[in-house]
Design a protein around this ligand. Sequence first.
Ligand code: HAM
Length: 421
Amino acid sequence: MDERFSRLRGFIDIYGEDLYFFNLIENTFRKYAEIYGFEEIKLPILERTELFVRGIGEGSDIVRKEMFSFKDRGNRDVTMRPEGTASVVRAFLENNLLNDPKYHKLFYIGAMFRAERPQAGRLRQFHQAGVEWFGSDSPLVDFENISMLWYILKELGISDKVDFIVNSVGCDKCTPNYKSYLTSFFDEHYDKFCEDCKERRNKNILRIFDCKNPSCQNTLKNAPKIKETLCDNCKYHLDTLTDMMSKDKIPFSIEDNLVRGLDYYTRNVFEVRYKGIGAQNAIAGGGRYNNLVSEFGGPSIPAFGFAIGIERTIITLKENIELPKKMSVALCSVSSKETNFSLEIAKILRKEKIVTHVLSHIGNLSKQMKVANKLGVKFAVIVGEEEFREKKVSLKDMETGKQNTVPIENLIDKLNNKGLE
Ligand code: HAM
């Protein structure tokens, strides 16, 4: 192919095994979101840049350097959504959903865009499946969200391959105290921090925990811990959530430095990590955000949500789960006289949900066998003159090479469970 048409770095085509797992994740997520009482919402991919700058925060890596932003033809500043939460809050307010309790729990599935440096598990276009729950400050809501995610991962077969990490980032009452301790600590160790962190210090000091620089990370090991400054209410929220997780046997650990990369969080935050994806090991994350609705001009409405990264979950599934093999056959006709008979057999097979490839190289059986092999089908169903006359087929097991003739009325049984002698 001419290189000029190649795909952009960090933008991928999804097909084959990856797409099988993509659909599995999407379907499992949708099933649980619905039974937990969430309503689906489809959101625009393009929004006003201001929405994300205000929502995610000027000091965040996403806003500072990762947004696909440009001027549209009307000279407006627009951005391809880097995440879903800010858009859901906008939609919640703009469509007056606060007046309809049915839409206080929303879920979405779709593509997100971040101009990060691509590497394993880090893409520029990726997909998230997320939920947002408006209207309650109870830690029960935090638990319900996390337990739903736990059951999704359980059903996908990877709950024992991941760690839940929990922390609290405090609230309006206690975070300012923590930020001032952290700023003093930063200033004492000013020279040990990178230029990026110096910028973070001035925009939102909490963002220094997002730094990947090993020297900054090392210095931060001695930083004051947020749990030491949490107010009683925030402590109660964290304790209640972790108690409920323990009672439900959801394994977790508390990590003092988990502050998440988005500015809107308040109180409990969490991340789900898989050990196998290297540095990009968070397959899901979320938390409480009690101020975002009012920051967008709405009333004071608390909220909680999370999002699963679909591509990173695919990596996890591929390393741990075997792709189920579907029953599949290739229908081979010896000559064009048997074509109609073959097509009748295809109908019988497809009615039983057996994947059926009707091969078109009629008359060239060896070519048809080669194609059947490449398709990886379990059986070749061969019809020639004799089979047509006697209403039967020759069935060839592509793995063992064994071949039997089978009357049509026994074909499905043979394929489904009996195998060939
Ligand atoms: P986030 O942690 O930025 O949270 O993203 C959620 C998940 O999206 C991550 O755990 C990861 O699996 C996936 N992800 C993020 N960036 C990339 C990337 N460049 N390539 C591949 N996957 C990626 C949020 O976006 C919040 N909106 C979650 C939330 C919802 N909080 C409250 N409600």
